[in-house]
Design a protein around this ligand. Structure first.
Ligand code: NAD
Length: 307
């Protein structure tokens, strides 16, 4: 059995990106998708991701063809039997995931690594019913996986250290940048940071301090740039902890702390304004805005130094 025999379960937004990332690194990828229409659309969707990488000069046209050829679609769980790594990326519904793991364990070998891309569930809750919980852990990719290198690796209390090491090695091998959490906590690290910022951004919108475009511009032209170079704690060191303490002492009591800001999201979703997928959220997502965002992703990749 090849150590590069990887399976991804769920060909949704995340699953196609994860499958593509592994295939780009030479893995033979089996992509299990149960919805027929989605399964039929997979080659076109994956071609779209690869096209972006061609325009960013990360891969060639020949590599696109070879990558596509390494991803095989299936609707049959039994096909996953030879997989040495299975990454689950099905919807965030606990019972669905638990049922899938139950079926998976009856099919894959006892040493195959089982990983979930869950954004919210903790590893001990997901792995509770497993016969071999020592080979289960969370590998939380960020959207879109072909452009965001971080993968948060979250072991459960029963995950074997050797499995964590193996997962980290495999993720490095595909060009991702894994980090391992010392213990599981809701939201892991990235979403805790992201939602702390989002809570304050929603609070600023609701308080009428500025419109969404202004708030996003502040982030993009200041913290967004800085954080690509130095994280918040490095930045605090550079700013001087004495100064940061003085500012924090009077600013922290002013920041949003409760869930009142969720009303902003509730009101918008109640109106059907659910974001880019619906065409409207904080912005109107017409073709021009979508194309501009795609081009920004490509330009950003083009400006990155190649390894
Ligand atoms: P999605 O709804 O886009 O895709 C899920 C896919 O799984 C669908 O195509 C569905 O048909 C398929 N599916 C459902 N049951 C299945 C089964 N038993 N076997 C095979 N396929 C099945 O969801 P998504 O946004 O890709 O999220 C997947 C997981 O990744 C969730 O746990 C989510 O929390 C997590 N996640 C999402 C994001 C994000 O930005 N969307 C980021 C990180 C993590």
């Amino acid at each position: 059995m090849s150590t590069k025999q990887t399976a991804v379960v769920g060909g949704g937004l995340m699953g196609i990106g994860i499958a593509t990332k592994f295939a780009l690194a030479g893995h033979e990828v089996l992509l299990l998708e149960t919805a027929p229409a989605r399964r039929a659309a997979l080659p076109e969707l994956i071609t779209g991701i690869l096209q972006e990488l061609i325009e960013a000069k990360i891969i060639t046209i020949a590599e696109r063809a070879a990558t596509l050829a390494r991803i095989r679609r299936t609707d049959n769980l039994a096909d996953l039997a030879p997989a040495s790594l299975v990454i689950e990326a099905i919807p965030e519904v606990l019972d669905l995931k638990l049922e899938l793991y139950r079926q998976l364990e009856a099919i894959v070998g006892a040493t195959a690594l089982l990983a979930s891309n869950t954004s919210g569930f903790l590893p001990d809750a997901l792995g509770a019913g497993l016969a071999h919980p020592e080979r289960f852990l969370i590998t939380h990719f960020w959207n879109p996986p072909h452009a965001i290198p971080l993968v948060e690796v979250v072991p459960g209390t029963r995950t074997a250290p050797a499995c964590v090491e193996l997962a980290v090695a495999l993720l490095r091998d595909i060009g991702s940048e894994p980090v391992v959490l010392r213990k599981a906590v809701p939201g892991f690290i990235g979403n805790r940071l992201q939602f702390a910022v989002l809570r304050e951004a929603l609070h600023l919108v609701r308080s009428g301090v500025a419109d969404p475009a202004t708030i996003d511009a502040v982030m993009r032209t200041s913290l967004g740039r800085r954080y690509a170079i130095a994280g918040p704690l490095e930045s605090a060191d550079l700013g001087g902890l004495g100064t940061i303490l003085q500012v924090a002492a009077h600013l922290l009591p002013e920041l949003a702390k409760d869930e009142g800001v969720l009303e902003e999201l509730r009101a918008r979703t109640a109106r059907g304004e659910t974001g880019a997928a619906s065409g409207t959220g904080f912005y109107h997502w017409d073709e021009a805005r979508r194309a501009a965002m795609r081009q920004k992703r490509i330009d950003h990749q083009l400006s990155r130094p190649r390894a």
